[in-house]
Design a protein. Sequence first.
Length: 282
Amino acid sequence: MTPRYSDAELAEFAEFYAAHGAVRLPGLVEPEWVARILDEIDRAAAAFDSVPEPLRSLRYGRGRGRMTIRQQWRDNPVVREFLFREALTVPLARITGCKILQFWFDLTFIHEAAADGEAGHGSDWHHDIAAFSYKGEKLPSLWMAMTPATRELSRIEFIDGSHRTVPGYYSPPTGGRADDGLLQVPDFNALIASGEERVLTWDCDPGDAIVIHPYTIHGAKGNAGTATHQRRVAITTRWLGDDVRWLPLDPKLAKDNFGASGTAPPVGARPPRSSYPVVWEA
């Protein structure tokens, strides 16, 4: 069973999240759900070759030692049942202070150890808000480990407290434009080496979760593999809280941010309930 975090534990999680921009929730996901979701992820990954080429970029991403799968919730009732449970949404709402949670999308990361024994591609330092056409402080991600995530197995790492101190940075995959008000991502590795920035990270067992602020800088090294595990699988979910508004910077990215209706809301609008399910409301 999912642990019932006490009020004191939830308050402690919320305080840590507010100060650091991320917090680990040990054992959030039950073992039986981990097994079921891993099965669904494997089925989705195996279906890659049968997906028509024009749709692959919308559903899948591929790189050296890495695959991503998006939007499983739309056509997979098992994934949808898993994600819409109060066992996930109530702790998330309490920790982030959201009075409403609308579901946006899911994104699965499969990091394989490279065949030549070197680590596959990880994720460069970035924060998610730059690629989001919705903006707001209450736009959390809930990242859930389906397999072990350790130093060797591509665990996620954060720049401690960066959600409170940084401006907007370009998203590495998309670059940026001179008029969008975003800055080039600094050399965080050099800042860490000099002691100007501190890394926050956790080893995670299957079922552990991390709540991530949308402005928190984070990344992951490639998967080097271990003797017992050759892949790292995690599913992250995006949620829309009560201060979120549609404020796209890049029209090319905006279409990937639409909800189930496939159309954009007016600029400055709240996420429409018809496109983004209300999964929890105070």
